[in-house]
Design a protein around this ligand. Structure first.
Ligand code: HEM
Length: 398
């Protein structure tokens, strides 16, 4: 049956608790794997279960391009300027061509090479925090770690790191007015434009790689290089910056499991994946799709031109895929979670993100064995209805 406009549940739904996705997700998941909801007055499909979420995200008859007819963000896309190089909004073959240019910068070997630098910069931040005896881990740790790694990844010169950090936080942090965020966005774009234009090949980082590819093959265009760098910043900065304090908070909230991690550091990789599954900070908004042909999902027919949101946070709590899904358990095997998506758009930066998170958590807890939250239980502010769930601040002391 095609989507009709009846009394559909209103979407999106807000989180109300630091430990769980919106409570309505469990009801939608019980109702079916593909459920119709009303997104700002327009009917769209919500995919609620793990197996079907995988099916939809790997189906070549599903597009992520906002310009595809019926895409849930189509109206917005029609009014916005389209920036070149946005992998997240591209279908094959353009998507494959652009992703191929970046892939070697994100391989496991490349990330292993980056790890000593990440450790150094994390230790530097911890040194800075040590003297004061207290800190807000959002401002003093999550955001600067994410900015510094992004500078290293792109190849932003040392002298510009402070500017880059300041502007990235103003653009993505959500604590500034949207006018400040717009100004910061324009400043970052102008900065990247200059940096790419003046770049001399032979240095480190993604800009160097892309400029070298262009010198050798004529592609990608200058605009596409700037667009790809900007897209990486959008995809990789705030995600990691958000997960760092959120993970610390969750581990402090589960002291028995934190004690096991301290006793047996080999448990860290599984713990990082469990944190990613448990919080699923990247939810429906990044899993925006549209069917380009009729597809069947668990007995429901999704017609060509009908919009889809995959509810990553619902799929990651699906009891068909995870035992006791609402429990936080570092011992579970959770690597098949969908916190990084799946299919051709699966997170390109996932190895880097895992490395950043593990290093940030491990080194913080090693350095400050007595660290604790410095606020009453009901004194923390969570961003329940933001595009990305997270903490506004995480005051800690040690
Ligand atoms: C906690 C950290 C992170 C999370 C939870 C996360 C999550 C995701 C998810 C769910 C997607 C898939 C969206 C879709 O299917 O449309 C994605 C895509 C992507 N991510 Fe990440 N991400 C993280 C960190 C990073 C980092 C550090 C980078 C790089 C610096 C990065 C770069 C990308 C890129 C380039 C894509 C688009 C891939 C494509 O469309 O082909 N991400 N991410």
């Amino acid at each position: 049956m095609a989507i009709g406009n009846s009394d559909l549940p209103s979407f999106p739904m807000a989180r109300r608790c630091p430990h769980h996705p919106p409570p309505e997700y469990a009801e939608l998941r019980a109702q079916g794997a593909a459920v119709r909801v009303s997104f700002l007055g327009t009917p769209v499909w919500a995919i609620t279960r793990h197996a079907e979420a995988r099916d939809v995200l790997t189906d070549s008859r599903v597009s992520t391009d906002p310009a595809s007819p019926g895409h849930p963000f189509g109206a917005l896309a029609a009014t916005a300027d389209r920036m070149a190089g946005q992998l997240t909004d591209m279908d094959p073959p353009d998507h494959s061509a652009h992703r191929r240019m970046l892939i070697s910068e994100f391989g496991v070997r490349r990330i292993r090479e980056m790890e000593p630098d990440i450790e150094r910069l994390v230790d530097g931040l911890l040194d800075g925090m040590a003297a004061s005896g207290a800190a807000d881990l959002v401002e003093a740790y999550g955001l600067p770690v994410a900015s510094a790694v992004m500078c290293q990844l792109l190849g932003v010169p040392e002298r510009d790191h402070a500017f880059f950090h300041d502007r990235a936080c103003a653009m993505l942090g959500g604590v500034f007015s949207s006018r400040d965020a717009d100004v910061a966005r324009m400043e970052i774009l102008a900065y990247l434009d200059d940096l790419v234009r003046s770049h001399e090949p032979g240095q480190n980082g993604i800009i160097d790689r892309l400029v070298t590819i262009r010198r050798d093959t004529g592609e990608p265009t200058h605009e596409a290089i700037v667009g790809m760098c900007f897209m990486l910043l959008l995809a990789g900065h705030h995600t990691t910056a958000t997960m760092i304090p959120l993970g610390v908070y969750t581990l402090l909230d589960h002291p028995d499991q934190l004690a096991q991690l301290r006793a047996k550091p080999a448990l860290w990789p599984a713990a990082v994946d469990e944190l990613l599954r448990f919080h699923s900070i990247v939810d429906w908004m990044s899993f925006d799709r549209v069917a380009t042909a009729d597809i069947d999902v668990s007995g429901e027919r999704i017609h060509a031109g009908e919009g889809i949101f995959v509810l990553g946070a619902a799929a990651n709590r699906d009891e068909r895929a995870f035992t006791r899904p609402d429990d936080f358990d570092i011992h579970r095997r959770s690597r098949h979670h969908l916190a990084f998506g799946v299919g051709i758009h699966q997170c390109l930066g996932q190895s880097l993100a895992r490395a950043e998170l593990e290093i940030s958590y491990r080194r913080l807890f090693d350095r400050f064995p007595t660290i604790r939250v410095d606020a009453p239980a009901d004194g923390l502010v969570f961003k329940y209805d933001a595009a990305m769930f997270g903490l506004q601040e995480l005051p800690v002391t040690w």
